[in-house]
Design a binder for this molecule. Structure first.
Ligand code: UDX
Length: 429
């Protein structure tokens, strides 16, 4: 079976590799020549543990190729759309890349096609994709457009691709739905076959719910601070209730990444467009936006004037095991500290400080020790293992002042206190 995957970013590259591994002949198409050249050479354009060896394996076995030739549409019966769907300034989703792809499919179509939308798109998009294809067809040829949303977590993409919790397929016809289902036959997990709009809504509703869980705990963490209760222990106690579950109850400086912020905003924008109040989600966003400021208040309260203070930042990426800086709370923390005249020393195992943040008052260091040396305080923004399991006993001697602000509530507070640190978490003690 020949499959074309259009868009070779995070979702596209992972999908192409997965489908090749499952036995299809896959071509990844992207207009970015540099990206395609790198992928042809077996190099991923982003950091994702375990994915590059699979890419190289599939290239070598000849199941996977990459191209910039847009005419490839015609040579494939099955086409996955995996292009980016960024936020517009008003929070709505920019579907222009999806539209371009749909129109190209319509223009080039000379035989029946099965088009699968993997890009995260607002409910109602499948209908629009069908229309965009149809409008560009030069002669009427039958085609199906199926929604098959992606639930990969960055940093866990390989595991998630082969062991998804569920596969969601939204199709207007049973036959097209079954055809998509057959592609994932080798994967053992529940499958929900539904209509396209419902499939699209499942994706948004899932991400928004997870974001809500996080904001709920983040807001409670502020109250826990007031009543001197550990929000971490509260989360543990709550998590044993299977109706609540243990995951996504970790309070901290807020969620980031390419999905939660964008998808919640997009759902809010859809609600506004349809005059439907989504008050809970509005608050989810408000809490998330103010969460890093909550930590910053603690920093200011403890350190006083920040001008000239050396502050070590541990972790830049929005979460561990990725180099992705999109909406990373660490960047908001850094910006605010810089506004107050602090001198920043930053470290991340893989992510690099973005170009627009390269100022003389902020320096990146290759080791944690160099980052901590002479600092008046440490702020942990991303829970990389190297920080959580680090040698805090000897690190204590490197610091000028022993203030530790744990933005992810992952350090052992009582141990750190016994080592002489002044520890501050977010509702953690
Ligand atoms: C998410 C969804 O999990 C995935 O199903 C979807 O396809 C894409 O969006 P991802 O963005 O990779 O995946 O990261 P995820 O692990 O979900 O974390 C998102 C953010 O929430 C991170 O910033 C993380 O630090 C934060 N988070 C997560 C918390 O603050 N507390 C938690 O308990 C869990």
């Amino acid at each position: 079976m020949n499959i074309l995957v259009i868009g070779t970013g995070y979702v596209g590259a992972t999908t192409a590799i997965l489908l090749a591994k499952l036995g299809a002949n896959v071509t990844g198409l992207d207009l970015d020549e540099g990206k395609i050249k790198q992928l042809q050479d077996g190099i991923l354009t982003f950091y994702e543990p375990g994915l590059e060896p699979l890419l190289q394996e599939q290239l070598q076995e000849g199941h996977l190729t990459f191209t910039t030739n847009a005419m490839a549409v015609e040579q494939h019966e099955i086409i996955f759309i995996c292009v980016g769907t960024p936020s517009r300034y008003d929070g709505s989703t920019d579907l222009s890349a999806v539209r371009k792809v749909a129109e190209r499919i319509g223009q080039q179509m000379s035989s029946p096609k099965l088009v699968v939308i993997k890009s995260t798109v607002p409910p109602g998009t499948q209908k629009r994709v069908k229309r965009w294809i149809q409008e560009k067809q030069t002669k009427p040829i039958s085609f199906d457009v199926v929604s098959n949303p992606e639930f990969l977590r960055e940093g866990n993409a390989v595991y998630d691709a082969f062991h998804p919790d569920r596969i969601i397929i939204g199709s207007d016809t049973e036959a097209a739905g079954k055809q998509v289902h057959a592609l994932f036959n080798a994967i053992d997990c529940p499958v929900v076959l539904t209509n396209p709009q419902t499939a699209e809504m499942i994706k948004y509703a899932s991400n928004a719910f997870l974001a809500a869980k996080i904001s709920y705990m983040n807001e409670l963490a502020r109250l826990c601070d007031e009543i001197e209760v550990s929000v971490t222990t509260v989360a543990e106690g709550m998590g044993y209730d299977p109706r609540i579950g243990r995951s996504f109850l970790q309070a901290g400086i807020g969620y980031g990444g390419s999905c939660f912020p964008k998808d919640v905003r997009s759902l809010l924008s859809l609600g506004a467009e349809l005059d439907t109040e989504l008050g809970i989600l509005k608050r989810v966003v408000e809490v998330n936006h103010s969460q890093y400021r909550y930590l910053m208040k603690k920093v200011k309260r403890k350190l006083g004037l920040l001008r000239g203070k050396r502050i070590a930042i541990l972790g830049l990426s929005f979460k561990p095991e990725t180099d992705d800086l999109r909406e990373a709370p660490a960047l908001a923390v850094i910006s605010e500290l810089m506004e107050h005249g602090a001198l920043l020393k930053v470290h991340d195992p893989v992510a690099k400080l973005p170009r627009e943040m390269q100022f003389p008052s902020i320096k990146s260091f290759p080791t944690i020790e160099e980052t901590l040396l002479g600092a008046h305080a440490v702020i942990l923004c991303t829970e990389w293992k190297a920080y959580v399991e680090g040698d805090w006993e000897s690190w204590r001697r490197l610091l000028t002042e022993p203030y530790v602000f744990d933005g992810r509530n992952v350090l052992n507070a009582s141990r750190l206190k016994s080592l002489g640190y002044h520890y501050e978490g977010i509702g953690a003690r």
